[in-house]
Design a protein around this ligand. Structure first.
Ligand code: FMN
Length: 348
């Protein structure tokens, strides 16, 4: 672990953060077979009819293409949310598109859903199952996060639904849970899908496709932005109740830049994109709290945004989260991140 830790630190401090990500992830995958044998820390959580080995998962965007699920589970994540996967493969935005703001323990990204597309990811998940003899008894719980292909016009509701439906049809058979992502700031117009008039038919369509292609009912969640007004958060909560959604993931990255300690020059240099990490914590916590006050106890709430420490994790759980996720905290805290949080929060 020590050599590995050193490697992680080294790649983390390289100048190009996207390259650092690729190298760190390659190191994790290389250590995969050894890691995957490690005992998962923490206590199990029962939610959405599933048993999660522990409370902390890896948020979407780290393993967009489902290439390192079991190695990441070996780092102590009780669930891994792959994606965002889009109906069609796409390159994402031009680089540079990932920036660190170390003074804020934050990241700004405008990756733009670079991913291999639903067909390629489904094929990869099929071979993972095959390698494991048709069952994955002891891996992390697998979430699959789906989003809109960039070229699909966001105001053509039928085309949008067809694009999400393609991903749902191909990927739901492999998913322990499915997430409809309508909250990335990096696909133009995507977040307009959060309005209830668009979101309700989209979720119902994905639900019906997922039900058709699986023999069981795959839990379905929606992932929302921290930049929604409180009244819109409440509308999503009420919609979730009305259509029997299994859960809500709160939150994605923010387009806000308030209260940052980094220099204006650094912030401007990063440019447009979603801000994640410590500066997101307060709003993500508030959104979670608001959701908890509106939805039934049976509706699963996944708290994400600025969870770095055991203290942050405890606070999010106290605010009503059933499960937690992290991404930027993992980047800054390193490979012990998940273990520390899973064991630190104790039995619940
Ligand atoms: N969220 C998604 O739903 N889909 C994505 O593809 C996605 N890509 C991301 C890429 C990067 C580089 C980062 C930093 C975040 C991405 N996210 C994505 C958002 C995270 O899943 C998470 O919601 C957000 O970063 C807040 O959590 P954090 O503060 O722990 O990072």
């Amino acid at each position: 672990m020590k050599a590995y830790r050193t490697l992680f630190d080294k790649v983390l401090t390289r100048t190009d953060p996207e390259r650092a990500h690729q190298q760190a992830f390659a190191a994790i995958r290389a250590a995969g077979p050894a890691l995957a044998k490690a005992r998962t820390p923490g206590s199990p959580v029962h939610a959405m009819g599933l048993t999660f080995p522990n409370v902390i998962g890896l948020a979407a965007g780290f393993d967009k293409n489902a290439v390192g699920i079991d190695a990441l589970g070996g780092l102590g994540f009780g669930h891994v949310e792959i994606g965002t996967v889009t109906g069609e493969g796409q390159p994402g935005n031009p680089a540079p598109r990932l920036f660190r703001l170390p003074a804020d323990r934050a990241v700004i990204n405008r990756m733009g859903f670079n991913n291999d597309g639903a067909e390629a990811v489904a094929a990869r998940l099929a071979s993972r199952l095959e390698r494991r003899g048709g069952a994955v008894p002891d891996g992390p719980v697998l979430g699959i996060n789906i989003g809109k292909t960039k070229v699909v016009p966001e105001d053509d509701q039928a085309a949008v639904e067809a694009d999400y439906a393609k991903s749902a049809r191909l990927l739901a058979p492999y998913a322990d849970y499915l997430v409809v992502n309508v909250s990335s700031p990096n696909t133009p117009g995507l977040r307009t899908l959060q309005s209830v008039e668009k979101l309700q038919p989209l979720l119902e369509h994905v639900r019906s496709i997922a039900d058709q292609v699986t023999k069981h009912r795959v839990p379905l969640l929606v992932k929302i932005a921290p930049d929604l007004a409180d009244s819109d958060v409440v509308e999503v909560a009420d919609l979730a109740m009305a259509i029997g959604l299994d859960g809500i993931i709160a939150t994605n990255t923010t387009i806000g830049r308030e209260g940052l300690a980094s220099s204006p020059k650094e912030i401007t240099a990063a440019g447009a994109g979603g801000l994640s990490g410590a500066p997101l914590k307060t709003r993500a916590l508030d959104v979670l709290r608001l959701l908890r006050s509106r939805v039934s106890p049976e509706t699963t709430l996944v708290g994400v945004g600025g969870i770095s420490t055991v203290e942050d994790a405890r606070e999010r759980l106290a605010a009503g989260a059933d499960l937690l996720q992290g991404y930027t905290g993992f980047i800054y805290e390193g490979p012990l991140y998940a273990r520390r949080i899973a064991s630190g929060v104790g039995a619940r």
